[in-house]
Ligand binder design. Structure first.
Ligand code: 6GP
Length: 836
């Protein structure tokens, strides 16, 4: 055990401890000290980056101080369970402002910096965020870390410290251009490298059987390659609590970075070759959202971080007196989609080969350890690995997978004698074509709990993709609807609204989001509605200034801000939004005096670099802007903006300024969505389909306070089954026809009729996402939106009720659900009922 005697005390707000004090004087001294003694700078000549780093270090001290004490508290409860959140992506967003808020020292730091003539806002603006994720899945992981710490649940996030995160997006000539992300280039002050805790990860080679001293049959793995994993820790402090957890990201390094024998004979390139190949593993994030590409390097990344994580967990468990067979009593590990699923055979391997457990016992520990969360129904997202590739990289794991599969198939045959078709469907191995390993099936068999991320998604998972698994293991399935952290997405992002909420409902809403219900009566108060609008108007003014700065487009803060920000995907239907814009445009061209509500359409989001249609949709959006923005007939009533490089940081500016949130995916396609929650929490009204969490948001805020349109998931299915003919829809709808023809004509492409041809043909002849089928319903719904906008009091009333009723969508509620339904763990890791 650790001696806890020498741990420094966390000072109180009134504390005078300069090292870690929270008052302005201590903070300003701490920043100065960092400048002088750590960075070797004089305040008079220090750059903005110097000040930013010094500020961050001063904050980090206060985080790690709490981190060390949290660990100490945990070590004194050796029977507690810790959550390990295994995720290939963590989209953390900027750290400074969020940490200041969680520490409760935002104002003190502002004052501290002000004494040195530095503006806190400039420091916050200066920060470069680590974009170590693609979108929803990675950002959800970050919200969950925030909630775990806030709820004082011991947890550690395990992932990869990509040297290059998601590309940064520029728009040139209306097209997306990808630039290399450089989040590390000025130094990343929030993490601590821990080279002394590095672990070895093996790849390739072969296995051989042997007999141990007790005469037992055993297998050993002789690897062909060994790589070192070096942990980098970022402290994750909860909101106004002392619990500080960790995000532990692994960087790959060569075991032996320099080959002197090669160097001595003058082959410099070969001397560093091993280093280069090893480091490639954590070099770059794959920029694909929900569609794997089956590359060997990706499998290497997955095994690399999982192997590091499980070794780290096992080491901690054994060091503090645990035995291998009680691993699950110490750790609850969550698989964030299938990306970390190789953890299942990895834990089996360690328990069997290194610790000598029998199969049944090892399997029991493994199943009790893991839970699996599925994040998408898209068929192309179901990960599979060719068996030859998997076996070449992980020969021992493949053997274990085959044995898991043998036992699984035997089990199926016992329950369903003669049902070979079912065995084929549930097998871990796909035998058709190139034999491959189905990671979702491996995750299902290796976990005691399986969940989807919104009610509809879990239902569809159960009735479609995983129905065989439900039939055999019904008790494993549950739903946990996603949530978002109100600390980052309201307190940090929207100080105007936060202040108003504090004054109106009291200041406990950031941790008890249901308390926002207290707002409801104020929806009837005209003066309150006026103040509500003032807050929104100021946020819109600020966004308008940024839009002007980044795109050169002037937008009117008094227009309706109609916003769709998320990854660009056909199923998310940014092009349906464009069809509506062009519909309004045509109406105005035909009648420039038409009374159209002035709107600013804002789009943002990245397209996977290899996803051509998505990139074409970006071009369609920017081309629509070019057509509409300066047309004198429109007279400023329609503006279309593509906000470049959507990120967490940009999102924090955009959500608070939205009037209307576009959540218009084809029903049955969006597993949950979390942007929908961020918008609504910031007072935007939603126009959306009955998809993902939209359904639950509508249930909470009330059908009257939600703009619903479109086919339901069932209707989409039957329309497709009945033979859907988009061309027929087009022919029968005059306005739709005119708009589609406008795109096809080349009028948006300087006369080049070929540019959008593939997009138009796709819609007319296939339209898998039912864009044309939902067009009329969408346009009609937008007409209702416009009508409501003309009545500002009615609009504000709805906006207030939306915020008041969003309590369910705090990630705190999601985490409580996971604790109860999946992890069986309470605050400080105390096991709850049902714990293994
Ligand atoms: C996303 C889903 O598309 C989104 O609907 C959901 O809100 C989010 O996960 C968080 O649950 N899925 C992914 O980003 C993904 O990569 C494999 O799925």
């Amino acid at each position: 055990m650790f001696p806890s005697v020498s741990a420094p005390e966390v000072s109180s707000e009134s504390g005078h401890d300069v090292r870690t004090g929270l008052d302005a004087a201590s903070l300003s001294q701490a920043v100065c000290d960092y400048l002088y003694y750590f960075q070797g700078r004089h305040p008079a000549t220090a750059s903005r980056n110097d000040f930013y780093l010094a500020t961050a270090y001063a904050v980090r001290d206060r985080l790690f101080q709490r981190g060390v004490q949290s660990l100490d508290a945990l070590l004194h409860r050796p029977d507690g369970r810790t959550v390990a959140y295994l995720s290939a992506e963590f989209l953390m967003g900027p750290q400074l402002a969020a940490n200041l808020v969680n520490l409760g020292i935002h104002d003190a730091m502002r004052e501290a910096l002000w004494r040195m003539d530095i503006r806190l806002e400039d420091m916050i603006e200066h920060e470069v965020e680590p974009g170590l994720g693609n979108g929803g899945l990675g950002r959800l992981a970050a919200c969950y870390l925030d909630s775990l710490a806030t709820l004082e649940i011991p947890a550690i996030g395990y992932g990869i410290r990509y040297e290059f995160g998601i590309f940064s997006q520029q728009i040139r000539d209306g097209w997306q251009v990808e630039l290399t992300d450089k989040w590390l280039h000025l130094g990343y002050p929030w993490e601590l490298a821990r080279p002394e805790r590095a672990v070895a990860v093996r790849f390739g080679g072969y296995t051989e059987p042997y007999t141990d001293e007790d005469g037992r049959y055993r297998v050993r793995w002789i690897p062909g390659e060994i790589v070192k994993g070096v942990p980098h820790d970022t402290p994750i402090l909860g909101y106004r609590v002392k619990t500080c957890n960790l995000l532990r990201l692994w960087r790959a390094e060569a075991v032996q970075t320099f080959d002197f024998s090669a160097f001595n004979i003058g082959d410099y390139a070969r001397a560093v070759e091993e280093q280069v190949t090893s480091e490639t593993i954590s070099k770059v994030l794959y920029p694909n959202d929900a569609s794997p590409q089956g590359k060997a390097l990706r499998l290497k990344q997955q095994y690399f971080f999982v192997a590091c994580a499980i070794q780290d967990m096992l080491r901690a468990h054994l060091r503090f007196g645990g035995r291998p067979e009680t691993f699950h009593k110490r750790w609850a590990a969550q698989l964030n989609d299938t990306h970390p699923t190789v953890a299942v055979p990895e834990l089996m391997r360690l328990l069997l080969d290194d610790h000598g457990l029998e199969w049944e016992e090892a399997w029991d520990v493994t199943q009790k350890t893991f839970g699996y969360t599925n994040h998408t129904l898209l068929p192309e997202a179901l990960e599979t690995w060719p068996i030859d590739l998997f076996g070449a990289l992980l020969p021992r794991h493949l053997e274990i997978v085959f044995e898991i599969n043998r036992r699984l198939c035997d089990g199926i045959r016992r329950v369903y004698p003669g049902d070979e078709d079912r065995v084929r469907r549930m097998s871990l191995i796909e035998e058709q074509g190139r034999r491959s390993l189905r990671m979702a099936n491996l995750a299902c068999v290796g976990s005691h709990a399986i969940n989807g991320v919104a009610a509809l998604h879990t239902e569809l998972l159960k009735s479609q993709v995983l129905s065989d698994w439900v039939a055999m293991f019904p008790e494993r399935f549950c739903n946990v609807t996603n949530g978002v952290t109100p600390r980052r997405f309201v307190v940090v992002a929207n100080p105007g609204l936060s202040g108003l909420l504090d004054r109106t409902t009291g200041d406990d809403w950031p941790v008890h989001l249901d308390a926002l219900r207290r707002l409801e009566p104020h929806a009837e108060d005209a003066e309150f509605r006026r103040r509500w609008r003032e807050v929104k108007r100021e946020n819109k003014r600020q966004l308008a200034a940024v839009i002007r700065d980044r795109t050169g487009i002037a937008v009117d803060p008094d227009s309706l801000f109609d916003i769709q920000v998320k990854r660009i995907h056909e199923y998310k239907r940014q092009h349906l939004n464009v069809l509506h814009i062009l519909t309004l445009y045509r109406r105005l061209k035909q009648n420039p005096d038409l009374d159209v509500v002035p709107r600013t359409f804002v789009f943002g989001g990245k397209a996977a670099p290899g996803y051509h249609v998505a990139k074409l949709i970006i071009k369609l959006i920017t081309a629509t802007g070019d057509l509409v923005n300066d047309d004198p007939d429109v007279r400023g009533r329609l503006k279309v903006v593509f906000f470049p490089n959507f990120s967490v940081k940009n999102g924090e500016m955009i959500y608070p300024a939205a009037d209307l949130s576009e959540q218009i995916s084809t029903a049955g396609q969006e597993a949950s969505g979390t942007g929908n929650m961020k918008f609504s929490l910031n007072g935007a009204l939603t126009i959306g389909t009955l998809d993902g969490a939209n359904i639950e948001i509508r249930d909470e805020v009330g059908a009257d306070n939600f703009f619903l349109f479109g086919l339901t998931a069932d209707e989409v299915r039957s329309a497709k089954a009945g033979g859907y003919h988009p061309r027929g829809v087009y022919e029968q709808n005059e306005e739709l026809r005119a708009v589609v023809d406008l795109i096809a004509s080349g009028a948006l492409a300087g006369g080049d009729a070929a540019l959008f041809r593939s997009l138009v043909d796709g819609l007319l002849w296939h339209d898998p996402f039912m864009v044309l089928a939902d067009y009329q319903s969408y346009v009609d719904c937008q007409t209702r939106v416009a009508a409501l906008w003309r009545d500002p009091d009615a609009w504000s009333r709805m906006s207030i009720l939306n915020v008041a009723r969003m309590g369910k969508f705090s990630s705190d509620r999601s985490i409580r659900d996971y604790c109860e339904r999946v992890w069986h763990v309470g605050p400080l890791g105390v096991p709850t009922e049902g714990a293994p």
